[in-house]
Design a protein around this ligand. Structure first.
Ligand code: NDP
Length: 267
């Protein structure tokens, strides 16, 4: 039975998780370092971390970072024997593996996770949650947590959910920085930013997405039929247009270095 769910952390994300689970009829017990954050939520509020864990079949941890998870769990460690914890706090693969080792040492089991959603999209169709850890544990726990987002298992290594999460975020931040740069160029030259986004940037990115994700490891990857001279010239055109629009070209300038690396590799 994994219907009684504890949640440690009622920040923006913890609250969204609690709402989605309550909305799906789960029995939810919450704890937050600063009291009073459960007001209006409809969840049962525990007065201690220990109480939240003990009154639940599984406990979701969604705190700021790895340090806050360590700080929160250390005092209750001796009481964790037999507990199931699902850590949805963002962090690195190594941090997840270390947490897994520490919890195992206290007789507790960890399913490590990464939330591929933001608070307003938690529980919506597009939301999905990466999980890593023992497959059998995932199979047991995932149905109870399905209301927060589609569960997706990425391997037995507890570090993989964090690895995939951070890698996906890195991809998104790169694209989003590129999109910001693009929009700023159009804006500074007096273009219609909304029309540019809708009619040019979005369809262009959608068309190119399959090509952007075709590589394996950039350090030794040269795409087939790659024309480095054309690419390098194309990049100089982007940098020139950016300079004319008076937009700093840090991002594209950085790309120039990696293009030259590829060009050397292709030569
Ligand atoms: P918030 O800043 O809104 O909330 C942080 C939470 O962590 C609060 O409950 C806070 O408690 C608690 N906390 C901070 N430090 C400690 C500590 N030392 N001991 C105990 N509790 C502590 O962050 P979010 O809720 O937005 O994010 C939570 C996690 O979810 C993060 O790891 C984030 O990366 C991840 N995430 C967030 C997304 C988002 O868009 N918001 C998207 C995907 C993942 P208190 O109220 O007492 O300060």
């Amino acid at each position: 039975n994994t219907q009684r769910i504890g949640i440690l952390g009622l920040g923006a994300m913890g609250r969204a998780l609690a709402s989605a689970l309550l909305g799906a009829g789960r029995e939810v017990t919450v704890w937050n370092r600063t009291p009073g954050k459960a007001d209006g939520l409809g969840a049962r509020e525990a007065s201690s971390v220990e109480e939240a864990i003990e009154s639940s079949d599984l406990t979701v941890v969604c705190l700021l970072n790895d340090a806050s998870v360590r700080e929160t769990l250390a005092p209750v460690a001796p009481k964790l024997d037999g507990a199931t914890l699902v850590n949805l706090t963002s962090g690195s693969a190594r941090q997840a593996r270390e947490l897994d080792g520490r919890l195992a040492g206290h007789g507790a089991r960890l399913l490590a996770g990464g939330i591929m959603a933001v608070p307003p999209t938690v529980g919506t169709d597009g939301a999905f949650i990466l999980y890593s850890g023992e497959r059998e544990l995932f199979d047991r726990v995932a149905p109870a947590l399905a209301p927060i987002g589609r569960p997706h298992w990425v391997g037995a290594d507890p570090g993989f959910a964090a690895l995939y999460d951070m890698a996906a975020l890195s991809g998104m931040y790169g694209m989003s920085a590129g999109a910001d740069h693009a929009v700023t160029m159009v804006h500074r030259e007096g273009g219609d930013v909304e029309a540019f986004k809708r009619e040019v940037l979005q369809p262009w990115l959608e068309q190119m997405l399959p090509f952007m994700v075709s590589g394996a490891d950039v350090s030794d990857f040269v795409p087939e039929e790659y024309n480095p001279a054309m690419q390098a010239t194309g990049l100089e055109n982007i940098l020139a247009a950016s300079e004319e629009a008076d937009v700093p070209d840090d991002l594209a300038g950085h790309l120039r270095a990696s293009l030259w690396r590829m060009r050397r590799a292709a030569a």
